[in-house]
Unconditional design. Sequence first.
Length: 255
Amino acid sequence: MMREAETLTLAGKTVPRLGFGTMRLTGPGTWGDPPDTHPAIHLLRTLVHTHGITHLDTADAYGPHTVEHLIRRALWPYPENLLIATKVGMVRPAPNTWLPLGRPEFLRATVEQSLRRLNLERLDLCYLHRVDPTVPFEDQVGTLAELQQEGKIAHVGLSKVTPEQIDLAHALVPVAAVQNKLSMAVPGDTPTVEHCRERGIPYVPYAPLGSGSLATNGQAAKALRWLLDLGEHTAPIPGTSSLPHLEELLRTADR
């Protein structure tokens, strides 16, 4: 469990700076259900109820839809302090295939579907999963802003964006979080980390263990500590489908 001081305010909730990325709780290729859903459900319950990890990051594209269903099965009724962050704006035509789709009507439909799958009246934090280059950026962000005004999204986030896109979006809606790829193996996004620090925006590094390349030989502790030391606004979301591996990752926060 993380030290008490290592928390931050994300989407209006105080959460441990080490969250959990749920992408691995699916079948191969981030496609369909895992071979057995019971270990995934047990892992989700253990990390929340035993280890106090209250920042869960998911997406409608994981499965697709698989992990949102698993979260509801595992944790409903949700603890008050639980932050479920999901993402919309990606379609999955096949295993290991990801395509951005940012048409306003699609974003609206997927938010409604995520609400139903998670059994929520409002999404705590909803990211634009990817920017669709075929749709005006302002239309994509503006749709999430409208859904926020309608009470269906509490906070709006952005994923895989540049500092310039953050500022463009911030003119339309308060940006509650930015989720970009960053790790010791792929360290190139540190300018965005600083940009978010200057603007008071939490930065959520995904693939913090280099998509597994930093998860072995004792490198995980060093890799996660490197990210946490970039600033008090960083909140890495390592992920695993193994409970022993999860507990090993959580121990790194006390090193």
